[in-house]
Design a protein around this ligand. Sequence first.
Ligand SMILES: N[C@@H](CCC(=O)N[C@@H](CS)C(=O)NCC(=O)O)C(=O)O
Length: 219
Amino acid sequence: MLEVWGRKNSNQVIHVMWTVGELNLDYKRHNVGGSFGGLKNEDYKKLNPNLYIPTIKDGNFILWESYAIIRYLSKKYGHGSLWPKDICEAALADQWIEWFQETLMPKLFPIFWNKVRVSENDRDNNKIEELVKNLNSTMEILEKQLDGKNYIIGDSFTMGDIPVGAGMFKYFELDIIRPSFPNIEKWYNKLCQREAYKEHAMNKFGTNPNEWLEIEKKG
Ligand SMILES: N[C@@H](CCC(=O)N[C@@H](CS)C(=O)NCC(=O)O)C(=O)O
């Protein structure tokens, strides 16, 4: 059975768990990281020398780095579905995984951190407003990509939808001003109907560090 190490509310773990859910794999998740600890010990160091989550063990094979895990699981268990058979389609799906990591995440996550992981008294609301404004041009790229498509690269759901799609739950849950993005909203609504998305990606995260921690503790 596939083993996954990582707390439920870690963004990088969400990517992996959503992938596991889409592939219908049997798994055991070890609740480590954040307030659960369990990373800074020799046993975990043997699994992942970075002492980060997520890590997976598939048989005797150990892998860390969430995006590498998405690709590995998709190619091994979802060839022809999450991992498109066509080499160009697979490359495009991969492109959107990279795009999340390199382009969207650095713009979206500072907003999430400043709104949720910093207490109200310490928040810099002008800075948050600026960050939200700066996100819009990046969201426009996604809006354009989704024009006339069901999913990020076309008619079918692929691994390319996973990191960006997981980020959308944060985007739509955050208390921020959002312009209208009809194509993104249509796609996001479709993601919200997926069982694996509901189970692994729609994790409430609260509005401040205390609420965040309360939710994390529920596991
Ligand atoms: N590049 C790594 C980053 C992993 C990472 O930053 N993980 C964070 C959680 S999202 C972590 O392990 N933090 C320590 C902790 O949760 O205790 C990946 O994508 O897997």
